[in-house]
Design a protein around this ligand. Structure first.
Ligand code: HEC
Length: 245
């Protein structure tokens, strides 16, 4: 701001100030009345319609998929993506949002530009739009991620009804066996440390998949015990993976 601009601003400010009313009590009184009205409306709505709390918690469930409220989906998505890289998980989920909050808090101290027109403030505009798009994108992907313990893949139409049943049974075994902790299948699971299995049937023959499951390379755990104790489930699992073309 140069000298002339500053004087013009101060002149305008003193005129406006003389015309106006003091903040206390006028604005405070207005705000208080509005706050009371909002409170009365909320109390009225709560008394009339009650609050939707969702189903009761069931401590015995094993299929519960924990999800945050929608306004935390962006943070949930960051955590979901970053938890495969433990070194950076804390930095990404706590550090970066905290730094952003501090930067926002300190904005009046480091952004001293008097310019108010948005088209003359490319940096602020870019930063604002980037934040909005990043949070919208993370919220959307966070809201649409699949469950960590089920596989949402449909059997190929070419299969017979019996083969489709085996496909579904195999998908269930994958969901219950913890494969999704390390592998991606369609929209489910984690990308790493294992390779994606979405098209594993194209890469490995069923015999090769079976031998990988019996004698895997670390850190993949061996599923030889499953093959021994529950050959039916193991068979369904191999067939399911073999069909993933
Ligand atoms: C602890 C993590 C982990 C779990 C759990 C896990 N895997 Fe793996 N899996 C891996 C890793 C890592 C590799 C790659 C090993 C290598 O490089 O040879 C792998 C490799 C594979 C391969 C070979 C892929 C290829 O392209 O060669 C198959 C098939 C496979 N896993 C299937 C499964 C199935 C099915 C389950 C569940 C029943 C499962 N994995 C559970 C980590 C895991």
């Amino acid at each position: 701001m140069n000298q002339a601009e500053k004087e013009a601003y101060l002149r305008e400010y003193s005129i406006l100030k003389n015309q106006g009313k003091p903040f206390f009590p006028y604005a405070v009184a207005k705000d208080s009345v509005m706050a009371v009205v909002v409170m009365i409306v909320i109390i009225f709505l709560a008394a009339m319609f009650g609050a939707e709390l969702g189903p009761k918690a069931d401590p015995t469930t094993t299929t519960y998929v924990p999800r945050p409220d929608w306004y935390f989906y962006f943070l949930f998505e960051v955590l979901r993506v970053m938890r495969n890289i433990p070194k950076f998980t804390d930095l990404a989920t706590i550090g970066v949002p905290t730094i952003c909050m501090i930067l926002l808090f300190l904005l009046p101290f480091y952004d001293r530009s008097p310019e108010r027109r948005i088209e003359r403030r490319p940096v602020a505009l870019a930063a604002g739009l980037t934040t909005i798009f990043a949070m919208a994108f993370l919220t959307y992907t966070g809201a649409n991620t699949g469950s960590p313990n089920t596989v949402d893949l449909q059997p190929p139409a070419s299969l017979t009804a019996q083969q489709k049943a085996i496909f579904r049974a195999g998908a269930l075994v994958v969901g219950n066996s913890g494969c999704l902790a390390c592998h991606v299948l369609g929209n489910n699971g984690n990308d790493g440390p294992g390779p994606p299995l979405t098209h594993i049937g194209r890469i490995l023959r069923p015999e090769a998949i079976a031998s990988t499951l019996r004698n895997p390379t670390a850190p993949m755990p061996s599923f030889a015990a499953l093959a021994k104790q529950n050959p039916r489930q193991f068979y369904d699992l191999i067939n399911f993976l073999g069909e993933l073309q």
